[in-house]
Design a protein around this ligand. Structure first.
Ligand code: ZN
Length: 138
């Protein structure tokens, strides 16, 4: 039994973290770009029908399509904005040296998971349970 138990989070190669940083920066830039595009689209949509408020009762009407389109854009924008903030946080964790540590259990998040999802905050085990919890409500 000579297996050394010294694979701590601190011994992770810097190259990996630097790679993650570029991935985060790239995704962040892509998100910001999409948000500006949606902002422009939303602005032109509200200019077109002149009604700033989305009316949910108008489902069958002609204005309904535009409202749905705008609604979808807003939802997408919210999603992108949330992602942008998550990427910001991931970058802060990189700076603070806490990157790759599960927020729920404090254990390490495997590199493969971080490569697939650079802003992951939870390990697979915690995410599995958290996903169900999160779907329930705000
Ligand atoms: Zn965990």
């Amino acid at each position: 039994m000579t297996r050394a138990a010294t694979t701590s989070a601190r011994s992770k190669p810097t190259a990996f973290l630097e790679g993650q940083r570029s991935a985060i920066e790239a995704e962040r830039a892509a998100c910001a770009r999409q948000i500006s595009a949606l902002d422009a689209e939303l602005a032109s949509l509200s200019e077109r029908d002149g009604v700033p408020q989305v009316d949910f009762t108008e489902e069958g009407g002609e204005g309904g399509t535009m409202a749905i389109e705008r609604d979808r854009d807003k939802a997408l924008r919210d999603t992108l904005l949330a992602r942008l903030l998550q990427l910001d946080e991931a970058r802060s964790r990189l700076d603070a040296g806490t990157y790759g540590i599960c927020e729920s259990c404090g254990g390490p998040i495997v590199e493969a998971r971080l490569e697939a999802l650079p802003d992951a905050t939870e390990c697979m085990a915690c995410k599995g349970g958290g996903l169900l919890r999160r779907a329930g409500g705000r």
